[in-house]
Ligand binder design. Structure first.
Ligand SMILES: C/C=C/C(=O)SCCNC(=O)CCNC(=O)[C@H](O)C(C)(C)COP(=O)(O)OP(=O)(O)OC[C@H]1O[C@@H](n2cnc3c(N)ncnc32)[C@H](O)[C@@H]1OP(=O)(O)O
Ligand SMILES: NC(=O)C1=CN([C@@H]2O[C@H](COP(=O)(O)OP(=O)(O)OC[C@H]3O[C@@H](n4cnc5c(N)ncnc54)[C@H](OP(=O)(O)O)[C@@H]3O)[C@@H](O)[C@H]2O)C=CC1
Length: 446
């Protein structure tokens, strides 16, 4: 692998030389094992420890198919989907790989007794498969995580609606937490060159998701002046939702759980911040069966206090069961609750009278289509949206990194170095970097 890293770091390696690099038969990767999916049986979710289930090991380089590319991964990032994979909840990801494997001769490659995880990367294209013309060996790239076959008309207006839509590195194998990744070439996008490898790798999944969920007409369709309630406003998704609200002239009402996170929101430019640890809402009664409307009202009053009497136009939802009833309640007449997840539980309860009588809408959102991903990455490249990287680990420390995210001990995004020997490498556009350096570093050292 050293000769690949040397070629990348030399800075003047030609496309031809990259294309002629000898590829290894195996590479280091972070995996979960099929014969361990029951290892946490009977243990409460929070006690399931990713350090036990995530392995770092050599795996065989898969065959390169048509329309695909090998990427030498310089850096990747932790997403919550890797936490789900590592605790085998809500389902084991091996079921996804088996189902994908049944699709075709080529997809059979994904159905293995190990799963190489990870849904973000920055790096350099090593080789492209038959039919790839837009990308070449040597191109410096990031990859979004949308894997679609596009053989059915269902997805032709919106690639997220493809019946064979999958999240790369979660519902497919050969993901980004590895020295080499296998992607479809249409996942590739230019690396924002004012960023280091680890900064560039960190926004992909959450940035694209927040863009669709809040900005796109497929999601919240946010407009100037909207009051946007953002749960976990300095977290993976929330750190981008807050930036999109501010960029788009909306008013983010940021919910966080401590003062450090509140300070990060202020650094991003937010002014209306609620510390949920101070508020101590009990949205659920002790028995865990009934929601507690008095507590929804208390949240609603707090919001009106902050906004000068106004209610929420759009809720950026992802905690799920814990907060969903409150989110529906505090939304204004005609407003929208956009949801992409259920971290605290997927069986939601809300009072439907508040929804229908006030003509509110619940809009579901999941990742982003090709175009939305491209647009979200373009905003990063232009320096209009910034990475939210707080801390970077090595590949060997991925278990700890995933545990931090699982236990909500992190800020923003957690990066992972793959081939990159240290942090801080890979910047080509120093002028743009200098212009935005404070924003780029806003999540560090908190
Ligand atoms: C970008 C990052 C994103 C994230 O981080 S998201 C958060 C992490 N992700 C998750 O937590 C989601 C994990 N996935 C799941 O929990 C499950 O994945 C789903 C609940 C989403 C789906 O369940 P399943 O069992 O995998 O698939 P089915 O689509 O329900 O299909 C099962 C069988 O049921 C049939 N079926 C589905 N809908 C209908 C219907 N409306 N009427 C009749 N049959 C139906 C299908 O065809 C199939 O059948 P057949 O097994 O024979 O192929
Ligand atoms: N469908 C899709 O396309 C996507 C779905 N997801 C899913 O979204 C969820 C969040 O992902 P991500 O933002 O990256 O994760 P993070 O853990 O980085 O951020 C989530 C934030 O939610 C807040 N939070 C946690 N528990 C609660 C609670 N009980 N009540 C209110 N707020 C809470 C925390 O902020 P604080 O403690 O400050 O309040 C935390 O920072 C995950 O389940 C993930 O799988 C993620 C990306 C894409």
């Amino acid at each position: 692998m050293q000769h690949i890293l040397d070629a990348i770091q030399a800075g003047d390696t030609s496309a031809e030389d990259f294309a002629n690099l000898e590829l290894p038969e195996s590479y280091r990767a972070v995996t979960v094992h099929k014969d361990e999916v029951d290892m946490f049986e009977g243990i409460p979710s929070k006690e399931k420890d990713p350090r036990k289930s995530l392995h770092v090991e050599d795996v065989a380089l898969p065959e390169l198919g048509p329309g695909e590319a090998y990427v030498a991964v310089m850096a990747s990032a932790i997403n919550y989907n890797t936490v789900w994979t590592s605790i085998f909840e809500p389902v084991s990801t091996f079921g996804f790989l088996e189902r994908y494997g049944r699709l075709s001769e080529l997809t059979k490659r994904h159905d293995l007794p190990y799963h190489v995880v990870g849904s973000d990367l920055s790096g350099v294209v090593l080789k492209t498969g038959p039919g790839v013309t837009k990308w070449n060996a040597g191109d410096r790239v990031v990859a979004h995580c949308l894997s679609v076959e596009m053989e059915s008309a269902d997805g032709h207006n919106d690639s997220m609606l493809d019946p064979e839509q999958r999240i790369w590195g979660f519902e497919t194998n050969f993901g980004g937490l590895a020295e080499i990744a296998l992607v479809k070439s249409n996942q590739l996008m230019p690396k924002p060159e004012h960023l280091t490898w680890e900064e560039a790798a960190s926004p992909g999944l959450v940035n694209s998701t927040a863009y669709r969920q809040l900005v796109s007409k497929n999601g919240g369709d946010m407009k100037q002046g909207d009051n946007v309630l953002i749960w976990g406003a300095s977290g993976g998704l929330g750190g981008f939702a807050t930036q999109y609200a501010l960029n788009g002239g909306a008013n983010p009402i940021c919910v966080v759980s401590n003062e450090e996170k509140a300070e990060i929101c202020r650094k991003m430019g937010a002014e209306l911040i609620i510390n949920r640890s101070d508020e101590k809402w009990q949205f659920w009664n002790e028995e865990g069966t009934q929601q507690n409307p008095k507590e929804w009202l208390r949240l609603g009053k707090k919001i009106r206090e902050l906004t000068g009497g106004e209610d929420i136009d759009i809720v950026f939802e992802h905690p799920g069961r814990e907060t969903f009833g409150a989110s529906v309640f505090v939304t204004r007449k005609g407003g929208t609750i956009t949801t992409c997840a259920s971290t605290t539980g997927y069986m939601h309860e809300y009072d439907n009278r508040y929804l229908w009588m006030n003509l509110k809408r619940i809009v579901s959102s999941h990742f982003a289509n090709y175009r939305e991903s491209w647009e979200a990455n373009r905003l990063i490249a232009q320096g209009k949206i910034h990475p939210t990287l707080s801390r970077t680990y090595t590949l060997d420390q991925v278990g700890q990194a995933a545990l931090d995210v699982h236990h909500n001990k992190h800020q923003g995004k957690v990066g992972v170095l793959a081939l990159s020997p240290s942090e801080g490498l890979g910047v080509l556009n120093t002028e743009l970097r200098e212009k935005h350096i404070d924003k780029i570093n806003a999540f560090r050292g908190v």
